[in-house]
Ligand binder design. Structure first.
Ligand code: NAD
Ligand code: DAU
Length: 332
């Protein structure tokens, strides 16, 4: 496996995966990215020219996608509209990118017999009660809540249909909430860190008791690389690092790490249809492929992430005012 096409490689997780590939393999990487508001060319700065190519374009552009897929051995598909709050304001781009874009890639890998890995989310399974002893597994029923998660669920179904009906060689992974460097300031953890760095306060939706299962983005990348080399065609693997925390606890930890009082945050309007809890059981990935996360301590990973945002204001500053203006319009 020498040539890999990474869609959405200028986004948060895609850019981390590209750096991970460059640092841990000898593959050549081509990124296809539309550079939406969420894509940032700066996240890919400094990669070696002899192993890295950037192509500006849309995954819904069939002729471009066919040309790139034809030239590569593996496609790893990260590109998506990824933010739940945006999908509540305007679902249209979620339908085109997450559904039509995935369809376009699947038709191309079908045409050229190219291996494909599909990046998805634990949100396709809906949410769990706080006290539920069960966690999501590969056999949990699909029950998405938001326009975002419904389009991701639909894209997963398309992949499985193309495997079964057309013999496409694909694997899938569904991961829990990622944190780490280069994450857009619209997302929970970077928004709260940069609010505090700006002299403002964290903004907690509702009571702040919703639980997310946090994983460091490096651990997501190591799992994806392992699945593309060792995973069984047609199989799905859940990726998670046993990182359950409620939002209030996360905000309190951010405040403490930044030397602020633990209660210096505001409660704001809740998200419509807000999923209560996500939790991943990653036994299959660990037992069958031997995967282990490196970042086992959330607070250590969070402290390193805070340091990154402190040291890289030039990266996040251009996005901050517009992001906060959009939230302010809906009282968040
Ligand atoms: P992101 O929003 O940071 O990045 C998305 C990237 O896709 C951007 O670079 C954007 O420019 C690009 N893109 C969007 N539409 C495109 C199009 N039509 N054509 C080409 N490029 C396009 O997203 P992220 O948080 O890095 O998520 C990446 C993937 O991982 C998504 O598929 C998401 O569903 C999945 N995922 C994310 C998380 C998480 O916690 N962030 C967890 C599990 C799964
Ligand atoms: O579970 C995986 C999913 O995680 C991915 O599929 C999505 O792409 C990714 O965005 C993320 O979705 P969430 O909706 O869980 O992440 P978000 O960062 O938007 O919010 C995390 C939690 O924090 C959620 O309960 C809402 C809450 N929140 C969010 C923001 C932006 C707040 O309380 N305040 C905020 O300002």
């Amino acid at each position: 496996m020498t040539k890999i096409l990474v869609t959405g490689g200028a986004g948060f997780i895609g850019s981390n995966f590209v750096r991970y590939l460059i640092n841990h393999t000898d593959t050549s990487v081509t990124v296809l990215d539309k550079l939406t508001y969420a894509g940032n060319r700066e996240s890919l700065r400094g990669l070696p020219k002899n192993r890295f190519t950037f192509v500006l374009g849309d995954i819904c552009d069939a002729s471009l996608v066919h040309e790139l897929v034809r030239r590569n051995d593996l496609v790893v598909h990260f590109a998506a509209e990824s933010h739940n709050d945006n999908s509540l304001r305007d679902p249209s781009t979620f339908i085109s990118t997450n559904l039509v874009g995935t369809y376009t890639l699947l038709e191309a890998v079908r045409r050229y017999g190219t291996r494909y890995h599909h990046i998805s989310t634990d949100e396709v399974y809906g949410d769990l009660a706080l006290e539920d002893p069960d966690r999501f597994t590969e056999s949990s029923p699909y029950n998405p809540s938001s326009p975002y998660s419904a389009t991701k669920a639909g894209s997963d179904h398309l992949v499985r249909a193309w495997v079964r009906s057309f013999g496409v060689e694909a694997t899938l992974s569904n991961c829990s909430n990622n944190y780490g460097p280069y994450q857009h300031v619209e997302k929970f953890i970077p928004r709260q860190i940069t609010n505090v760095l700006d002299g403002g306060r964290p903004r907690l939706y509702g009571a702040g008791l919703n639980v997310r299962d946090w994983i460091h983005v490096d651990d997501h990348s190591s799992a994806v690389l392992l699945i593309t080399t060792e995973g069984k065609i047609g199989e799905t693997y859940l990726i998670g690092a046993d990182g359950e925390r409620n939002n209030k606890e996360v905000v309190e930890t951010i405040l403490e790490l930044l030397g602020q009082p633990r209660d210096a945050y505001d409660h704001v309007n809740d998200r419509a249809g807000h999923d209560l809890r996500y939790a991943i059981d990653s036994t299959k990935l660990r037992m069958e492929l031997g995967w282990r996360p490196i970042f086992s301590d959330f607070n250590t990973g969070l402290a390193a992430t805070i340091e990154w945002y402190q040291a890289n204001e030039a990266w996040w500053r251009p996005q901050k005012a517009q992001t906060e203006a959009t939230y302010a319009r809906v009282g968040q």
